[in-house]
Write a protein that binds this ligand. Structure first.
Ligand code: SF4
Ligand code: SF4
Length: 205
């Protein structure tokens, strides 16, 4: 039931994004993003898992790849370096600043969607979510302080590792038999909670 609600919300916001892009009012989406960034101070990166049009279009790509057993390339180590994230963020802010200053309408958001989609045809989603997405990098900062987050109940967990395998953001780490979720890398997408056989993962304070 939760999954149906989540998918419905994602499709609704994707439709809103497309409409805003078509009618040339994409700046309204930036307002949604700014409000979401403020809310992530309390609720973590729910924008990524529930509202983000990029994440929503990546889901069918991953589903098709899994269904057709199409293997992804490994994410190159060179793209995992922190400077890559910083570069993407500065590039994004630079282009955004340019559009605001000059009044020229550059389709930053639609280009981001197309880039995330194209890369995910060849690489796992983590490349975009974890290492390249400038929106994710911005949201990862306030979400460090968030009270509400995805959390593993260690007393219930049976250390099967299923959550780690499905996480699209490599936000789950293992130390010995203990699995933990890194709050600022987590998209609040709930894939781990759906995969967990003992319902050990919930979103709470
Ligand atoms: S930890 Fe769970 S909710 Fe967070 S990104 Fe990974 S699968 Fe999604
Ligand atoms: S899927 Fe559930 S039981 Fe398995 S390691 Fe993750 S939290 Fe623990």
């Amino acid at each position: 039931m939760k999954k149906v609600v989540q998918r419905s919300i994602q499709i609704l916001f994707l439709a809103l994004f497309v409409v805003l892009a078509v009618v040339g009012k994409i700046q309204i989406w930036m307002g949604i993003f700014v409000l979401s960034a403020l809310a992530s101070l309390v609720f973590s990166r729910f924008y990524c898992g529930w509202l983000c049009p990029i994440n929503t279009v990546l889901k069918p790509v991953t589903w098709a790849k899994n269904t057709l057993h199409i293997k992804s390339f490994k994410v190159p180590n060179s793209l995992k370096k922190p400077w890559v994230r910083v570069f993407m963020l500065l590039l994004f802010l630079g282009v955004l600043g340019f559009t605001i200053k000059t009044g020229k309408k550059l389709p930053v958001l639609p280009i981001s969607v197309a880039l995330g989609f194209t890369l995910t045809l060849f690489f796992p989603e983590e490349l975009w979510h974890r290492y390249l997405c400038p929106y994710g990098t911005i949201l990862s900062l306030p979400s460090r302080k968030a009270a509400f987050r995805m959390k593993i109940d260690q007393s219930t967990c049976i250390s099967c590792g299923k959550c780690m395998k499905v996480c699209p953001s490599v936000a789950i780490t293992k130390e010995g038999k203990k699995y933990t979720i890194t709050k600022n890398d987590c998209l609040v997408c709930r894939s781990c909670a759906e995969a967990c056989p003992v319902d050990a993962i919930t979103y709470h304070k």
